[in-house]
Write a protein that binds this ligand. Sequence first.
Ligand SMILES: Nc1nc2c(ncn2[C@@H]2O[C@H](COP(=O)(O)OP(=O)(O)O)[C@@H](O)[C@H]2O)c(=O)[nH]1
Ligand SMILES: [Mg+2]
Length: 379
Amino acid sequence: MNGEVKVARLTASGRGAVAVIRANMTPPATAEYLDSCFRAANGIRPSQATIGRILYGMWDGEDVVVVRVGDDDWEIHCHGGDAAVQRISRQLMDDAPSSGSTVSECHENATEERLERAVLNQLLKCRTSRTASLLLAQYTGGLRRFLTLLSAQEDPQTTAAMLNEFLRWHSFAAHLTQPWRVAVIGQPNAGKSSLLNAIIGYERSIVFDQPGTTRDLVEAELILDGWPFVLVDTAGIRDRTSNDIEAIGVKSARKSVASCDVCLLVVDSQSGWTNADAELLDTVPATCQSGILWNKTDLLHGKPAPPSDMTAVTRVIETSAIDGIGIEDVITWLPAAMVPATPEAEEALPVVDTLASELTKYAASPSGVSLRNILAGWL
Ligand SMILES: Nc1nc2c(ncn2[C@@H]2O[C@H](COP(=O)(O)OP(=O)(O)O)[C@@H](O)[C@H]2O)c(=O)[nH]1
Ligand SMILES: [Mg+2]
């Protein structure tokens, strides 16, 4: 009779540097299967290794570490991305000679409660301690307390007010795990790539003094005031372009503007404000805030400042990518514009998107589904 294989991921799902998979291979047949998957650098076969022995080697072309942790148990430490974990787990599950197999997630914090599981899932995606502490407060009871209070509420007006207050944080809560997207747009050569590099502090985009050099979107993640941001460098958005390669960049730039939270329009102050800039500003969707970066001010030498009718309606920051003028202002303005207010420490936040959508739907037409029914699915 064949043995049995049980595979479990010990580390939490989500991004991580290293993931650990535990494999339980019950005799008689299966342990040797590990030997065919994994080649240790020192030639020791995992099925013959002494308990506690750490083996470094290759698994299907990938560096992994295998440790025998018991008579029938091995740990496989591999790259932390989901793809590597799934590939190794599936291989053990599907190809090892066994009579039956199971796979499970069994990291320590696993909980059976749907609400906490969903919040934990979000918590694992946090990139900053500021966002993680907000999520943690929801995980350790903040959200459950609020939903319990809400479900006990008899008065429709109070219920509506509680829901309103909760749901007004919907977009903010979503951004705790999905960075605010900043599209950097502008005419070719205005200094978009240079400014992006100045903001993120290292050379990331191509900077070249021939118009239309940035063909691909270049994204850079950064943390501003504890909040996650992604800056997207774009090709100049123009309606007609003679260059096909740049046209691809222009197309994706339009798409990128459509999905961004804020647009930074870079203007070359040497040329001043042009119709082309006005047209560009018009492409920014109403859902998206915009700011103007009046760039190359180091070259101005008395040339005109941004027109005052423009500064009256939009935030204009005078910048120089070369000597760093205004970069600090941009870095301060972005988080202030995106997060004008922060919730109180104890405030419940709609950090679970499915729940937030269900409640938003309910709030729009309270006579339809019953609130108790919705909440019963979570409590
Ligand atoms: N003097 C000066 N030159 C700049 C500034 N920003 C960009 N440049 C120059 O303008 C040219 C185009 O810059 P780039 O960032 O590639 O523009 P993009 O096409 O908008 O991405 C390069 O030669 C840059 O060095 C600035 O603030 N001051
Ligand atoms: Mg560029």
